[in-house]
Design a protein around this ligand. Structure first.
Ligand code: CUA
Length: 311
């Protein structure tokens, strides 16, 4: 799960970076030991003596100077070769015209995820099949954000008007946590990422479930909530498949009740928290673009009843 240690890579890309990190660390340690030993030797060997005699004065030694100049150049050259190799392994260029498996759009302050092949759209919780290298196209809808999932070794800026690409892959099933790593405004801290890596069959099941169009409730509180949802202008920002709500300003809510968290990780996705969030979003994410509609408790209850049908 979440290790957040450079020594526990969970993808081939993270592993390549870890190997380089360890290699460079060993080189640095060797240089430190060498320099520290020589300094200590000089301090002890040439320390002030009671007889006060000056040691022999030396001005330059061309053989030594050549050795450490060439030695340093070779060391940097070797590190450079390993670094270039790592860059190819960790950030291979997609083939020209290669279609992304996943399009991620960063918003203030949540992540939109689009699966072009299946046309699934979701938010904040990104499901991927385990063990497969997926090409991600990363975009921004507003300001610069930064996609960062440490265990998978993935960190990339989302720049408005300039899509970036990276590969994502997880060796083992699990939930890999991440966050936005570029200050992007008031709620930068609540722009969390969950990458959920599943075996192929489970991933397919999830995808099928995401493609289902939830039935529109016809009676009870849920039906009243469904009507409220359309009347209160929720539809101006959100999408719910099979309804007039088809906007993409805010997260797609077609399957909101099947997610683990709300508001990009700010709250656990429970009916109670959903009620708290829609009755006063600004209390949980001050500055968020979700307005406070000053709903009364009955309206909140109806909306929650409706949204909970969106599994
Ligand atoms: Cu998005 Cu910081």
């Amino acid at each position: 799960m979440l290790n957040n240690s450079p020594f526990s890579p969970a993808s081939p890309e993270a592993q390549a970076i870890t190997h380089l990190f360890i290699f460079v660390g060993i080189v640095i340690l060797a240089i430190f030991v060498l320099v520290a030993t020589l300094v200590l030797y000089a301090v002890i060997r040439f320390r002030h003596r009671p007889d006060g005699a000056e040691p022999r004065q030396v001005f330059g030694n061309s053989r030594l100077e050549k050795t450490w100049t060439i030695g340093a150049l070779l060391t940097v050259a070797v590190i450079c070769i390993f670094a270039i190799r790592t860059m190819h392994e960790a950030d291979a260029s997609p083939r020209p015209g290669e279609k992304p498996n996943l399009v991620i759009v960063a918003h203030q302050w949540w992540w939109e995820a689009r699966y072009p092949e299946s046309s699934v759209v979701t938010a904040d919780e990104i499901h991927i099949p385990v063990g497969k290298p997926w090409l991600v196209e990363l975009k921004s809808a507003d300001v610069i954000h930064d996609w960062w999932v440490p265990d998978l070794g993935r960190k990339m800026d989302a720049i408005p008007g300039h899509p970036n690409h990276f590969w994502i892959q997880a060796d083992k099933p699990g939930t890999y946590l991440g966050t936005c790593a570029e200050y992007c405004g008031a709620q930068h801290a609540w722009m969390r990422i969950r990458v959920i890596a599943e075996p192929e069959a489970e991933f397919k099941t999830w995808e099928q479930q995401q493609l289902e169009v939830p039935p529109i409730p016809v009676s009870g509180e849920a039906a009243a909530g469904s009507k409220l949802f359309n009347d209160l202008t929720c539809v101006n920002c959100h999408t719910v498949a099979g309804t007039p709500a088809q906007a993409d300003i805010g997260p797609d809510l077609t399957h909101v009740a099947s997610r683990e968290t709300l508001a990009a990780g700010r709250l656990k996705d429970t009916p109670e928290n959903l009620g708290k969030w829609i009755s006063n979003p600004q209390a949980y994410k001050p500055g968020a673009h979700m307005p406070d509609f000053n709903l009364n408790p009955a309206q909140v209850q109806e909306l929650v009843a409706y949204l909970e049908t969106l599994k």
